[in-house]
Design a protein. Structure first.
Length: 543
């Protein structure tokens, strides 16, 4: 039987095989290998090596290690093989440019490139057919890409369904998108709030908006295994309720975790931190190590209202008046682009602390803000339902932990005190969660709203005063930052004018609140930001 192979009898040849991971037999590397071996035996050829890329796309040579080894094999000046055998030209490459480039490279080196299934003669006319096949393979790739994008676009816009793993705080929720041809249900998954992680993620965003460093958030919450994961976490617009999928943007894709105000504050911090890597911007980086270790309580919080830049803490020592400490706009200090005056450190810090006690921690004001926010929540049944689901999940987890500790106690002849203390802690947590569940159920049934009593508020006031009176510098700064988002202040003659943006205080077990003793978990009350303005005359004229 005459041979249809372009190789001389008994030639040494290699084979290149590839599949894309599909289930069709003609895409199977094992099937290709069996056919190639039979073809070589039939045509009296010696198959010396097989290069095979399994489950790799043909759109590029990137990631195709065996393809690169094939090319390197023929680039060896002492290569004894006559050429390469392919199942189809599409297995070699679906990229028109790559296919023609690498085939030309091998042929110019004197090697034969032969496709069994395409069966094109190795002649000048055959090159025309090869070019058409390359065009068809490339066109198939483009059409497939368009079909996939169109299909995904349809799933996202019609059902909100997405492939892949959702970000932390969200989970895959199955949705029905019709029936398959065999009548079986066809389902996909959209990204929905995860009740078990939602409050923890919201707490991370709230802490970051307060200016708390990412490393501390990671240490307290452990949302991710690595601190590097927070970079994308704090930039994902899904937490604002928006889905960005390629060039597609769906504004109201899901329940927003954070408000626009918190989002803007965190993005501003992201930009400031990015700019802080450059020496030109270090003066405006509120998380710069010098600010982290500063002796100024408002360092990283105080901004210039004229240009928006952060105000640096500075000091001057003179023989007459001793040490004079003040805040100065970083832009005015470095470039002279701002004419803001110095603000005395003692004056502005005392003023802000007094205003925190007067406005932020005033019991009646706290109660009114509680009522305002709770009523707003009561008008949002989806949010209450989500919070209730999260509370139930935490209760179930707490019950499992109590059961585990109880079982261990039953096994111990002499239970250690640490185990008894852990059981007591879990039981207290169970009572707190049960109270929170009842509160949410009451809100769901429009029975009542959560307003803290005077004793609870007084504990927070006492905790703040304790931190400011007896706490270390870091504890004082944490106490202020747990309430204040941003302070903008300037000196105008003998007056200091400014505005403070702050959170409604909560009883969270963090910062100065832990010193107050006794807590009621209410993290959802930290997502709204309030403001107040002040204008105070300086009692003693400063430098």
């Amino acid at each position: 039987m005459p041979s249809d192979a372009p190789f001389p009898l008994n030639s040494r040849v290699v084979a290149y095989l590839r599949d894309s991971g599909g289930e069709d037999q003609d895409l199977s590397v094992a099937q290709q290998e069996a056919f190639v071996r039979g073809w070589c035996q039939q045509n009296n050829l010696v198959l010396t090596a097989i290069f095979a890329d399994v489950a790799t796309p043909g759109s590029s040579t990137i990631g195709r290690d065996q393809f690169r080894k094939l090319i390197d094999h023929f680039h060896n000046p002492d290569c004894p093989d006559a050429g390469v055998i392919l199942w189809k030209f599409s297995r070699f490459s679906r990229s028109m440019d790559d296919a023609q480039f690498y085939r030309a490279d091998l042929r110019r080196r004197g090697f034969i490139v032969h496709s069994i299934q395409d069966n094109i003669p190795d002649t000048t006319d055959g090159r025309i057919y090869e070019a058409l096949i390359d065009w068809m393979n490339n066109k198939f790739l483009e059409d497939l890409s368009m079909d996939v994008k169109r299909g995904l676009h349809h799933l996202v816009t019609t059902y909100g369904a997405l492939p892949g793993t959702p970000p932390r705080g969200f989970m895959r929720e199955p949705v029905a998108i019709g029936s398959r041809r065999d009548g079986s249900p066809h389902t996909a998954c959209r990204w929905s709030p995860d009740p078990e992680k939602w409050d923890l993620c919201l707490q991370a965003w709230t802490m970051r908006a307060q200016g708390i460093p990412v490393r501390r958030i990671h240490k307290e919450l452990h949302l991710f295994g690595s601190i590097n994961s927070y970079s994308t976490f704090f930039k994902n617009p899904l937490y604002l309720g928006e889905l960005h999928y390629g060039d597609l943007v769906i504004k109201d894709y899901t329940t927003p975790m954070v408000t626009r105000e918190i989002w803007d504050i965190v993005q501003e911090l992201n930009q400031a931190n990015s700019a802080g890597h450059s020496p030109l911007h270090r003066r405006t980086n509120d998380r710069h190590p010098r600010r982290e270790n500063s002796t100024f309580v408002l360092s990283g919080l105080l901004h210039c209202p004229r240009c928006g830049s952060l105000m640096n803490g500075m000091s001057v020592r003179s023989t007459k008046s001793g040490l004079f400490e003040y805040y100065l706009c970083s832009n005015a200090n470095s470039k002279g682009d701002c004419d803001a005056r110095r603000v005395p450190k003692a004056t502005i810090e005392t003023l802000v602390i007094e205003k925190i006690l007067e406005y932020v921690l005033d019991p009646e004001a706290v109660k009114e803000r509680d009522k305002e926010m709770a009523l707003a929540q009561a008008d949002n049944p989806k949010r209450i339902k989500k919070a209730l689901e999260g509370c139930n999940a935490r209760l179930a987890n707490n019950a499992r932990r109590i059961e585990n500790v109880t079982n261990r106690l039953a096994e111990e002849k002499k239970p250690p005190q640490s185990l008894l203390a852990k059981l007591h802690e879990l039981e207290l947590e169970h009572l707190t969660l049960s109270a929170e569940k009842e509160r949410l159920k009451s809100m769901q049934n429009h029975e009542t709203v959560f307003v803290r009593n005077p004793e609870q508020i007084q504990k927070m006031v006492d905790g703040f005063n304790y931190s400011m009176t007896h706490g270390t510098l870091e504890e004082k700064r944490d106490a202020v930052r747990s309430l204040v988002v941003r302070v903008a202040a300037e000196r105008d003659g003998d007056f200091i004018r400014g505005i403070v943006r702050f959170f409604n205080p909560t009883d969270e077990k963090r910062g100065f609140m832990s010193m107050a003793g006794g807590t009621v978990e209410a993290p959802e009350y930290r997502h709204k930001i309030f403001t107040f303005e002040f204008c105070v005359k300086i009692k003693q004229k400063s430098q």
